[in-house]
Design a protein around this ligand. Structure first.
Ligand code: G6P
Length: 671
């Protein structure tokens, strides 16, 4: 999803913006741009010239200086009548305004990777100014192109805007504004915001923003520059994440913490529907009625290293290796003397005992955590668990029992569908518990209780360590619920917590054998289809293994509850096709082995994933990967690791960009 960064302070803004945008690359993007306020002195000159030279050599991009100084600049650009040399730029155009003492905004945009924007701006050095906003775009309205990339700006060049989210009524606003004489150059919903701001701006930015808030529907995180207010950034958000950071060197806005972690850990998650004004030394918050409000800042304890690759080839591999620590950090503080402590939920033992049903909702991998939870919680606490995709739950007008506890699982805490599902559940009067990784995120703030997973920042689009901590969180909840409901006794609790504390070390042992998986993965990196089968908990793990693989390797993959194979999928099995069979549950082991025999006899090549001791797997499987023994209810935490490594090495074998798979975004903040 789109990434936003803004800086106003006592250093040059553009290099900081580019650096921040790079840290947000993991969110997925197809184009990028920056806007820097020019205070009105020495805007153009030697430095600018250097930027021009660079820009002309770039493959794709556009550059304009807009502002009161050059009222005709945008028209020129639209009509392609700009400087002749601009036409030599392949995808887009570029224009700089004449020198002026008036304040203005310089905008540089490029399609493709950030490195193009870096080249165009000489790593930001050729766009002078200490206040600016930047954006990485993930196309929703309008194809990926320079003209559709952000920042967008108003026709009279007074306002520049970066946006994450979707303006749902943009067409209606666009039609209205067009009738009023505003002309649009892009196909984006964001451009309507730029024109609306322009229309309402009469010297008071907060007033103009608040009027826009009353006009637009949908979700937005906006960073805004007004040309006549150099040194000031305005920001506002509704249902899309945006944070503010402060430091001695200046103040920041960003979509996510890693973007500014290098400069500050002092951050505030902007509350929904609040407007922020930032100058180099001050930050002011306003509600939609334009009244100033106080907000508190908190210290993020993530370290900068956690957001860097630290010697690993990819964030994904690094995060796979961080799993033992992440699981340990999530589990250890919640266990004392063999007992699970769930006090942080603010639910008494009676409250927990009263839970008659659990409704879990999530998206993507977090949904697979819920699938695992269904098996685990039902066995350990004997509470019925229903699982729904958040995108389905939010629209299905669910029928739920009175004492249903709704659990929303989300790494980012910002996934649009999960947030909407949470709100729907709350509207219907249910208690909502969030299992969330990002402290202060929307789901964390809006849920009645929060159970944080302590995975630290997760950068790779394909989740690994956050997934593992979500599983750990679910185990802790299941044990706590099981005890509160009298389903498991103290001895069972002691045994389970002891084993939970051993999981990190067992994950480490799997990682030590990664070469075996790498070797195997290389043989199958050119597969067209790969299937995963399992039963019970192993089915839930198969779903995650299959998703991991398709996300980053682009190989078609499906996961099936093995018993379903005969009802259709088995017809897809051909000679040499890889089928991964996951079998850790004793009572289902023989059944799964039979399913593996069925596919093998139809030509499949079978990879078995099971626990040490289940050596009869080798009678059927062509290749077997063993994971350490654990209690069956925790097996998903171990089997997922070789499946993550399999996906990683298959994608690597294909030479793909593992951390930034095509078309995917880390945090899906639009519907
Ligand atoms: C995206 C990510 C997935 C993630 C899903 C839900 O699709 O690529 O890895 O599982 O969103 O994200 P959340 O932040 O809510 O866990």
């Amino acid at each position: 999803m789109c990434g936003i960064v803004g800086f106003t302070g006592r250093q040059q803004a553009a290099p900081i913006l580019l650096d921040g945008l790079e840290k947000l690359e993991y969110r997925g993007y197809d184009s990028a741009g920056i806007a820097v306020a020019q205070s009105g002195v020495a805007v153009h000159g030697g430095v600018e010239g250097a930027g021009l030279t660079k820009a002309y050599s770039a493959q794709s991009g556009s550059r304009q200086t807009v502002g009161a100084a050059r009222p005709d600049a945008q028209e020129d650009w639209q009509e392609g009548t700009g400087a002749a040399s601009a036409r030599s730029v392949q995808d887009g155009s570029r224009m700089t305004g004449a020198g002026s003492a008036e304040p203005s905004i310089e905008i540089v945009k490029a399609k493709g990777r950030l490195k193009v924007l870096r080249e165009m701006t000489d790593d930001g050095r050729s766009v002078p100014g200490t206040c600016g906003i930047g954006h990485t775009r993930w196309a929703t309205h309008g194809e990926p192109s320079v003209v559709n990339s952000h920042p967008h700006y108003a026709k009279n060049k007074r306002v520049a805007v970066v946006h994450n989210g979707i303006i749902e009524n943009y067409q209606e606003i666009r039609d209205r504004l067009t009738k009023e004489g505003f002309s649009f150059i892009s196909a984006t919903d964001t451009e309507t915001v730029a024109h609306l701001l322009d229309k309402y701006y009469a010297g008071n930015p907060i007033e103009a923003i608040s009027r826009v808030m009353f006009r637009v529907r949908g979700s937005y995180a906006l960073g805004i520059l007004f040309a006549d207010r150099p040194g000031e950034i305005y920001a506002v958000r509704k249902d899309s994440p945006l944070i503010v950071g402060r430091s001695d060197q200046g103040n920041f806005i960003a979509s996510d913490v890693p973007a500014i972690l290098r400069y500050t850990r002092d951050v505030c998650f902007i509350p929904n529907l609040e407007i922020v004004k930032l100058t180099d030394r001050e930050i002011h918050f306003y509600n939609v009625d334009q009244e100033e409000v106080e907000e508190t800042f908190s210290q993020v304890n993530w370290d900068t290293e956690a957001a860097e690759k630290g010697g690993f080839a990819h964030f994904m591999l690094k995060e796979i290796y961080e799993q033992p620590k992440a699981v340990r950090d999530t589990v250890s503080p919640r266990i004392s003397e063999g007992h699970v402590n769930l006090e942080e939920l603010g639910m008494s033992q009676e409250d927990l005992a009263k839970v008659s049903r659990i409704q879990m909702v999530a998206c993507g991998s977090a949904y697979h955590v819920c699938m695992t939870a269904k098996y685990m919680v039902e066995q350990t606490a004997r509470v019925p668990v229903d699982v729904d995709l958040a995108s389905e739950f939010r629209y299905r007008n669910p029928v739920m029992e009175k004492d249903t506890l709704v659990i929303v699982v989300s790494q980012s805490g910002e996934t649009a569908d999960s947030l909407a599902a949470l709100r729907e559940a709350k509207k219907l009067g249910y208690r909502v518990l969030g299992i969330v990784n990002v402290v202060g995120s929307s789901i964390a703030r809006e849920a009645d209780s929060v159970f944080y997973t302590w995975a630290g920042p997760e950068i790779s689009v394909a989740t690994t360590k956050a997934y593992s901590t979500q599983l750990a969180a679910v185990y802790l909840l299941a044990i706590g619920l099981g005890r509160a409901r009298g389903v498991i006794d103290e001895t069972a609790e002691q045994e389970m917590t002891r084993e939970l504390l051993r999981l990190p070390e067992k994950i480490e042992r799997i990682l030590e054998e990664k070469e075996r998986i790498q070797w195997f993965a290389n043989k199958f990196s050119h597969s067209k289809d790969i299937f995963f089968i399992g039963r019970g908990l192993d089915y839930a793990s198969s779903l995650e293994g299959s998703l991991k693989l398709k996300e980053i390797s682009y190989i078609h993959s499906e996961a099936y509850a093995a018993g379903e194979l005969k009802h259709g999928t088995i017809s897809l099995i051909e000679d040499g096709i890889l089928v991964v069979g996951v079998a850790t549950q004793k009572s289902l082991f023989e059944k799964l082995i039979s399913n593996m025999v069925e596919v093998k006899s139809r030509g499949a090549y079978v990879l078995g994933v099971t626990s040490y001791g289940n050596y009869s797997m080798e009678d059927v499987a062509n290749y077997t990967i063993y994971v350490p023994k654990t209690m069956e209810c925790f097996a998903a935490s171990l089997t997922v690791v070789p499946l993550q490594l399999l996906a990683y090495y298959v994608a690597l074998g294909k030479g793909l960009d593992v951390d930034k798979p095509r078309n995917l975004a880390k945090s899906v903040t639009v519907e």
